[in-house]
Ligand binder design. Sequence first.
Ligand code: NDP
Ligand code: AOF
Length: 630
Amino acid sequence: MGILPCLALVYKKIVPLIISSKDNNYKAQQQIQQENTRMALSFALGPYSSSVICRTTNINKHSHAQDLSYIRRAADLSDKSAGFTSPHPNFGCVIATRSGEVAGEGYLYAQGTKPAEGLAVEAAGERCRGATAYLNMEPGDCHWDHTAVSALVQAGITRAVVGIRHPLQHLRGNAIRALRSQGLQVDVLGEDMQSKIVEEARKACLLVNLPLIYRAASRVPFSVLKYAMTLDGKIAASSGHAAWISSKLSRNRVFELRGRSDAIIVGGNTMRRDDPRLTARHGGGHMPIRIVMSQTLDLPKEANLWDLSEVSTIVVTQRGARRSFQRFLASKGVEVVEFDILNPRDVMEYFHDRGYLSILWECGGTLAASAISSGVIHKVFAFVAPKIIGGKNAPSPVGELGMVEMSQALDLIDVCFEQVGPDMLISGFLQPIPDLTPTIPSEDETFAIDPTVIPFESSIIFFYKTWDPYGAFSNFSPHPIQMPDEDSNYATWSSVEHYYQANKFLGISNPMAQDCIEQIKLAKSPEEAARMGRLTQRRHPNLVRSDWESVKIDVMYRALKCKFSIYPHLNSMLLSTAGSVLVEASPHDLFWGGGRDGEGLNYLGRLLMQLRSEFLGESPAASESTCLAL
Ligand SMILES: NC(=O)C1=CN([C@@H]2O[C@H](COP(=O)(O)OP(=O)(O)OC[C@H]3O[C@@H](n4cnc5c(N)ncnc54)[C@H](OP(=O)(O)O)[C@@H]3O)[C@@H](O)[C@H]2O)C=CC1
Ligand SMILES: Nc1c(N[C@@H]2O[C@H](COP(=O)(O)O)[C@@H](O)[C@H]2O)[nH]c(=O)[nH]c1=O
């Protein structure tokens, strides 16, 4: 998915408004405020534009604008529970009758409460019959109880418009498939409806669930670095005094940001210097946990953060640091977590595993630099106050990053400018919004290999180690095959891997190559065969046949074809996966495997799908079987 740079929109929409604020026109001021609030809520939604491509037949241009306005409405609704649903997504649902009237609405309030779809259906009652449901995001059927899907189906909804597919891979596509199988027409933005304005509405849906999307892709909580600085780039005076740089209005915005986060994090120094409270004080709402990162644990005994009457505090530190102080903290009820090496990535991975969805970093420049360097910061909110404090040693928002040339500077993506009282809030992403299209490479391509696979709709079966549920698909599985050699004499190979590795050295006249083939054939395990083959290839590249790169896929194909032809139970297992994408989940092998994040080419999975398709008679055989039954 391409990211629409909001900078252009910003210049078009915000700058003229800011200029108009210079005169005393009250209406213009109000307009600015309304526009800025809207911008704040929706971050970067652009104006509607014209050309529209609909892949579905019965959506016309007229209803299209209505579809998009209701999907945005569903996104806005879903955002009402930001902070409360964590770590679950924000879900909103709008039900509109055939004549285009809103019949019911709902949003998921918190984990375990009634789904948005259920609430909307209840509100709409009988008016659901033949109506369209607008969902900012595909429901996630975590417990396999189909609650959201059943609510829509039983109420008589006939069409659903979905903003984005579920960000979690194991849930992605399930509800859409279930709705379609129940006869509903499901239109997914960006797939069944495409245009610039569809992309903008889709982006609104992405934005309300950004924390989940980033968390799913990066395996750390969505992390936002927020700071307030003077116009001359200082976050405190040289003395360390920092209260206050930004205006009250800006600080109220910070309370809102805190209310959307699971935790606020500061470094030991900010705690020592500011004695912060780090609470969300915007009137009700969610209260985030406070986290202090301190290596030395040289922290004061009297501190606001040790007052747990409103919310708890966690101190993360270096293993073994100041045991007596740790005991003191424990006596106060403060949780202490020790790390072998205290660094932002390990800390973030730890909080990810504890289920945290989003974290607001309100630290000084020292920890901010360390967090940016470790790649855990996704977004930046910088409040710039029109003040100058000066001071050679006054701290700045980001410490040492080790960069020496301006060309190394990190460019923010999707930058937004917003005036908050006298201050300017500049926000932008340090990392692009992760793509929600399937992570397995080229699913369209997979469809070409195996027509039983439907792009976007297919479930994914991962296999890797032979003891895994589909481990027999691995070329390391202990299933001997008989394959012909150059003289058409059949030889037995203990596994596909044995045969594959030995083929690297086939046809080379050097006796070392012949010897290597024999050794691989005798290898006691597929792992040993792989080790021998790889080592010889690395140490003696001259022993590898010159055409290896161009024939290796065919070598593997023939070996797999033999394996899945001669073992009926393996053949049945392969055929039982029809319709699913097969992926070798190797995190290391980016050619045969799918890689850690779906970046691998997955050739082993592709060959298996190709074979499956051939066995099912869906595709012609790439080559005749040359193996012998054992
Ligand atoms: N205007 C604003 O928005 C803000 C201003 N400030 C101001 O900034 C100043 C403090 O800045 P700064 O000293 O940079 O404070 P930090 O919040 O960055 O704290 C730095 C401390 O974090 C701890 N730490 C733990 N792990 C790491 C790590 N891996 N890398 C780096 N630090 C780690 C250490 O604590 P320890 O020494 O305990 O081991 C370190 O000394 C104060 O004057 C404060 O008022 C602070 C926040 C926001
Ligand atoms: N000085 C400064 C900020 N500083 C941040 O706010 C923390 C204090 O929070 P609290 O004790 O809850 O009010 C402080 O430790 C630091 O992290 N924030 C801002 O929005 N604007 C400002 O000018």
